[in-house]
Structure formats: structure tokens, C-alpha cells
Design a protein around this ligand. Sequence first.
Ligand SMILES: O=C(O)[C@H](O)[C@@H](O)[C@H](O)[C@H](O)COP(=O)(O)O
Length: 256
Amino acid sequence: MVHVYSSQGTEFVRRVGKYILEAQDEALRDDPKAHFIVGISGGSLVKTLYEALVQDQEFAPKVRWSQWQLYFVDERIVPLDDPDSNYGAFKNGVLNPLAHRDGHLNLGPTVFAINESLVNGGPAEKDQLAKEYAEELPSSPFDLLLLGCGPDGHTCSLFPGEKHRYLLDLKEPVAHVSESPKPPSDRITFTLPIIEQASRVAFVAGGEGKKQVMHQIFDKHDTSLPTARINSLIPTKVSWFVDPGAWQLVQTVKPE
Ligand SMILES: O=C(O)[C@H](O)[C@@H](O)[C@H](O)[C@H](O)COP(=O)(O)O
């Protein structure tokens, strides 16, 4: 069963933070020197991560950043300092404030970014960029994927609609997507096989703008939407963190 947790404001942030720390501690329990392997999306998640893991006085000291290996579940094919870069947003939103927290330098996670030298190339270079990112992936499954949900039901850069349906059938772990309906048009994205193998998958989705799509996902079970497809593929591994604004139209599922 998919778990759904509804809360708002600080409580929302803290629920997400608590869940991430549980996943971290589980991954490091048997071997305290192991790595915690995490994939994150862009968008509003970055602010939630900052608030939960850097700003929160109780949670921040419990994050074992130096053992984190962090990947992007999707990335826009732009230079890393471009305002559209997910890496850039994470660097500005989490890594920089973390590095200077408490007046001394702190170790952050090991972060895997795209090969920036390929971003201005043509389609062949962009395919190569996706291939190289796949080669950087860990040999074991992800401990945790933290995903967003667009108002159209996309997640990672797996978009709904006829034109992008092929994305849900891809077997390679990372794909180059062109003509993304959400700019910028060229991206890389994790695909379903790598998501299915992850130990835990969490969607973090707040705001009124998501209310229609939540109804489509949870009441209508519209599995043409990539988010709903993931729910149906690996229900026991999926959790949703939502707020009342996003959840207001859903009738058939009661959040915890
Ligand atoms: O690169 C991207 O476009 C993002 O990774 C994207 O997939 C995001 O996660 C969703 O669009 C939800 O974004 P919000 O949380 O900001 O609504």
C-alpha cells in the first residue's frame, strides 16, 4: 500500500526530514562506513531539503552528509551555473549554506553532476551526456529517491502524453529527453527500471496547483501518468508527502 502523509508548514518539512533520516539510518545500520545513495529532483524539493536538513536544529546534526552519495533523478542540459540547473539550485539552496553552517566549514555529500563539457553539443553529445551519467551510477540500487510531482503528473523528466509515452518503456537507466513540455527542452532523466529497484521512493508535493493531478492519481488511478504508474508498480516502497492544498479533491484515500 502507498503511504500518504498530509501536513503543512513546519510539520510538512519535519515529516520529510524524519523520513529521510530513517532511510539514512537504515542504509547505514549494518555497515557504519557504508554510503547512503540518494537521488533528488529539482523544483520545490530543494527548499524543503534545506529547511529539513540544514536549518532544522534537531535534524541537522543527525545528517551524515559525508556518507551521502547524491545524484539528480533529472537534470536540465544546461551549464551548472545556469539558473535552470538542478545541480546549481541544490548548490545554492543546500550545499553553500551547509558548508558555512555554524561558522565553520562542514563536509557535504559527494555529488554527481552531469558532464558540463557536453551541454552545448548537438543530439549526439546530449545522448552521450545521458550515457556518461548512467556510467556514474552506483552498482547497488538507490537507498532513497526523492521525487517531485508536476501539475501534469510528471516526475523526474518522465512526462505524460502520447509524445512522451515511450519514456515509460525505456530500459536504459538514464535517458536524454528532448522537446520537454516544461522548459528547458533538453534534459536527462532516470527511467522506470532504476526507480523500481530503489529501496524507497518518496514524492514530495505541496500546493493547490497539484489538486487536480492528485485526484487523477489517487482516485482515478490514471496510470498513463508517470507518477501514478510508479504507485502501481511498487506500492509498498512508495510514500507521498502532501499538504491539504494538494490533497483537497482526493476522496478515496485517507492520509496518515
Ligand atoms: O527538473 C525538473 O523539472 C524537476 O526535477 C521536476 O521534475 C520537478 O520535480 C517537478 O516539476 C515538481 O516541481 P515542484 O516541486 O517545483 O512543483
